[in-house]
Design a protein around this ligand. Structure first.
Ligand SMILES: Nc1ncnc2c1ncn2[C@@H]1O[C@H](COP(=O)(O)OP(=O)(O)OP(=O)(O)O)[C@@H](O)[C@H]1O
Length: 842
């Protein structure tokens, strides 16, 4: 296995290039000829990690003081010769951990890396490493060596000379772009920790240990269904350790190995990494020590140990987890790869074959889990999913913008993200429906109405088909044509596919007659007959083309046409509800609504099968109508889905009442429903306050149990003096919130947004809108309550809850909207009201 022994990411749309020749590096060395695989040998020397101290049985090559290569992002000291155990000396002194600072304290130093885990705080000890050296220095040395190894991997790919490899310029261009992508994927981002955890196994990885505790733990080999890109190399390189005596693995975002192919960092998705997320005192999975690392500004500054096999040590909540959650939020959503919790990991690593539905209250990590699941599936089934595609569906553009950096941070750049509206955007949506019309249009019964309407275009043949060839005339009578039509209808084919099949069926009937008359027609004759003008004319009359948009236009404009197909399906009242008062003249001039676009999408699928992807993640799924579920479902009809949502946060008039029903509409009735109840975002005090609404908005749903205590995180204040005084108080609360680190969201009823915007401007306080990225200089976002779903801020100021409730068509939906607004804060929520609070909150 070469350092760069990865298949390169497939590069659709051009077909995968089969590299049949050897790649030749500039130094003349050849690489093997595996199709689509770039090898780069011989490997360059890279510095290796310092020796594991006594008691740590790893196979990693001993640290060599001669190794002088400067690590890619190693501290400046990297060129200085080092002494084992104190490596690198300057770095050790420069990066000596700062004095312990209470987690979440205002004194905590700035962190600027999206993937940093925490500010410095008490370093748990003593370390699992015995010996004289400072454990932190040893870990930093391993980090520096891993970075150097990664740089070497990257340089090997950069050095590839493909000039005599490719047969033509197209192949060369594809290969070039694959190399570019590969180099990009191997980038060492200064502020993204290369590893965030370490496991010390009790037994050598992959060794037989029958009877040993955790004997069933995964081995590094057999990661995945392997075929394909990076995972192939990862799996193979990881498997290198299977017959060794290694006991220690470092876990990070990607695989890094040294010049011998020995892993220095293992991808978090590999089976051998799994115990990092799942092992517990109860089931240590053969892990003796689990170590989590804390970073500050890209520097390794802390670690936290858990000794899973020592019964005396009580299980405790990870301070690093707490610090990570409370780390001020600026910018887009972050990944949680370093702190995925066991119940989340169960979902993340679920089989590709099965659809899973996750019910979870606000802040339980549904979105995070869904995104990490995609990354995991891409690792485990890369080739299959690269071929079939993956998709993340979110509720609106600002939400998608908020989450869009998570997958790239996990090294996955190819996942499409879309709203349902964009998925079905075959017409321009310029109109809106009144709620009652939208509810009927979103009802699953509309699928039956559309199916009937499409099928109604098939007209029973009244005339025979007469095909003239040379001097002969061949006649297929109307009754026989009718039989052919019946057969096609009975097969349940898509309308368009059946339409394409009909000419061949008619031609076949003609050929049977020819044979009966002693002729010996072949396939070419059949094709010629199928293209005969008489056959074409008959097909047009019997099975005319259907334009989905025109069909829906007619259904919504023509009461008789609608009645003919909605008979027994929709009531007369429902039909009236969806009919346009003033029918548009054409598809182009129609003011299509979002629900209309979904109807057109359904009709389009009746005509021609929608392409199915390999896996779809559907977030905030509770808000979809049955017809929207169908639209998403047909995009994973041959694949699987991860459905994420919270019934209590359903705020559309058609929001789903039960997951069983939703999954039925999605076409995945067999899907398992899992529940997440541990809350990561919202502090205990705040979630307890918001949960007062649950009995009214979603009776029977489990309350979220926050993993974080944060005394003083909730403030509810009544403001005397009506709306003007309230506005002043809200602005003041924003000013106060902005004195703290991190982001502030001012959430208000949509109708209140203009007044608040004006007040903020008058106060000289610039603000962003949802979807605009917060930065260190722009930390305040003014959020209409209708767009708050899925978002979060360190501090939230909530304006006038009663107005949020009143902004919705009914009280239950209003209270659900309020529940969403109340659950966006990570560190503090201030509720300000002039009007009385909704009763359920008091
Ligand atoms: N295991 C974890 N470690 C660290 N942070 C986590 C973990 N799980 C979730 N979080 C954090 O909690 C916050 C909420 O997560 P997320 O947005 O995925 O929740 P959600 O269930 O989708 O919430 P909502 O229902 O409000 O949309 C995010 O900041 C996320 O990073």
């Amino acid at each position: 296995m070469s350092p760069a022994g990865y298949n390169l990411p497939p590069c659709p749309p051009p077909p995968r290039v089969r590299v049949v020749k050897e790649c030749r590096r500039p130094d003349g060395n050849r690489t093997a000829d595996r199709p689509g695989v770039i090898h780069a040998e011989p490997r360059r020397p890279v510095p290796v990690a310092p020796p594991r101290p006594a008691g740590s049985r790893t196979r990693r090559p001993a640290y060599s003081p001669e190794a002088k290569t400067v690590p890619a992002h190693a501290p400046d000291s990297a060129t200085t010769p080092r002494t084992p155990g104190t490596w690198p000396p300057e770095q050790q002194s420069r990066e000596e951990p700062e004095p312990a600072v209470p987690v979440g304290s205002a004194d905590a130093p700035d962190t600027d890396g999206a993937s940093d885990t925490a500010g410095p705080f008490d370093i748990a000890g003593p370390s699992g490493i015995t010996g004289t050296a400072d454990p932190l220095a040893l870990e930093r040395a391993h980090l520096a060596a891993s970075r150097a190894a990664l740089r070497a991997m990257r340089e090997d790919v950069q050095a590839l000379d493909i000039s005599d490899v490719t047969a033509n310029w197209v192949n060369a261009a594809v290969l070039e772009s694959q190399i570019e992508a590969r180099v990009k994927a191997l980038a060492d981002l200064a502020h993204t920790p290369l590893f965030f955890g370490r496991l010390d196994y009790l037994h050598a990885i992959g060794a037989e240990k029958s009877g040993a505790p955790g004997a069933g733990r995964p081995t590094p080999s057999g990661a995945a269904d392997t075929a394909g890109v990076a995972d192939m190399a990862d799996t193979a390189a990881t498997a290198d350790t299977a017959d060794t005596t290694d006991t220690t693995v470092y876990i990070g975002r990607r695989h890094v190995h040294d010049t011998d192919g020995d892993p220095m960092v293992i991808d978090w998705r590999a089976p051998v990494s799994q115990p990092f997320y799942r092992a517990s005192k109860k089931d240590p999975m053969d892990v003796g020590l689990r170590r989590r690392f804390g970073y500050t500004a890209g520097d390794l500054t802390a670690y936290e140990d858990e000794r899973l096999s020592e019964p005396g040590e009580a299980a405790r909540t990870s301070k690093l987890l707490q610090a990570e959650i409370e780390r001020p939020r600026v910018g887009p959503m972050r990944d949680i790869v370093a702190t995925i919790q066991p119940e989340q990991d169960e979902i993340v690593r679920g089989d590709l074959g099965g659809t899973v539905c996750v019910q979870g209250g606000p802040g339980t990590g549904k979105t995070a889990v869904g995104l990490h699941r995609v990354a995991y599936l891409l690792y485990a089934h890369r080739e299959r999913l690269a071929r079939t595609g993956t998709l993340v569906v979110g509720p609106n553009a600002s939400f998608l913008h908020y989450i869009e950096q998570v997958l790239p941070a996990l090294g996955e750049l190819e996942v499409r993200q879309s709203t349902v509206a964009d998925l079905v955007a075959s017409v321009e949506v310029r109109g809106t429906d009144p709620a009652p019309a939208a509810v009927v249009k979103g009802d699953a019964r509309m699928a039956e109405v559309l199916a009937r309407a499409v099928r109604s275009h098939v007209t029973p043949p009244a005339e025979p088909v007469v095909v003239v060839r040379g001097s002969r005339r061949w006649r297929v009578p109307a009754y026989e044509l009718a039989e052919l039509v019946e057969q096609l209808l009975a097969r349940g084919m898509r309308y368009g596919a059946a339409r394409e099949a009909l000419p061949q069926r008619i031609a076949h009937a003609v050929l049977v007659r020819m044979e009966e008359a002693g002729e010996a027609p072949d396939d070419r004759v059949q094709d010629a007959v199928a293209r005969n003008p008489a056959v074409k004319a008959a097909v047009k009359a019997i099975w005319p083309p259907v334009d989905p948009a025109k069909l829906v236009l007619r259904l919504l404009s023509d009461a008789e046409f609608l009645a003919a197909h909605a008979e027994g399906v929709l009531t007369a009242e429902e039909q009236r509800t969806i009919l346009w008062v003033k029918p548009p003249r054409s598809v182009r001039s129609a003011k299509w609504s979002a629900a209309d676009a979904v109807l057109i999408d359904e009709a389009a699928d009746l005509v021609a099968r929608t392409h199915s992807l390999g896996h779809v993640v559907l977030d905030e799924a509770q808000d979809l109508s049955p017809m929207q579920y169908r639209a998403v479902g047909r995009r994973c009809s041959t694949g699987s889905a991860t459905v994420l949502g919270d019934l209590a946060q359903g705020t559309t008039p058609w929001a789903t009442a039960s997951w069983a029903e939703a999954l039925r509409h999605l076409g995945k009735p067999e899907a398992a429903v899992e529940e997440l109840t541990a809350g990561f975002r919202v502090p205990r005090e705040v979630i307890a306050y918001a949960s007062r609404l649950l009995p009214v908005i979603s009776p029977g749903l489990t309350e979220v149990e926050s993993v974080r205590e944060s005394p003083g995180s909730l403030s509810v204040r009544r403001v005397e003096g009506g709306e003007p005084a309230l506005t002043v108080a809200v602005v003041e609360a924003c000013v106060a919130a902005l004195t703290r680190e991190g982001s502030t969201g001012l959430i208000a009823a949509d109708a209140r947004v203009p007044a608040l915007a004006e007040a903020l401007t008058a106060a000289g306080m610039p603000y962003l809108s949802p979807g605009e990225e917060t930065t260190a200089d722009a930390r305040l976002t003014l959020v209409p309550a209708s767009l708050a779903k899925g978002l979060e801020y360190d501090y939230v100021v909530l304006d006038e809850p009663a107005a949020v409730v009143a902004g919705e068509p009914d009280e239950r939906t209003g209270l659900r909207r309020l529940y969403v607004a109340l659950t966006r804060a990570v560190s503090g929520l201030t509720v300000l009201h002039a009007a009385p609070l909704p009763e359920a909150l008091t």
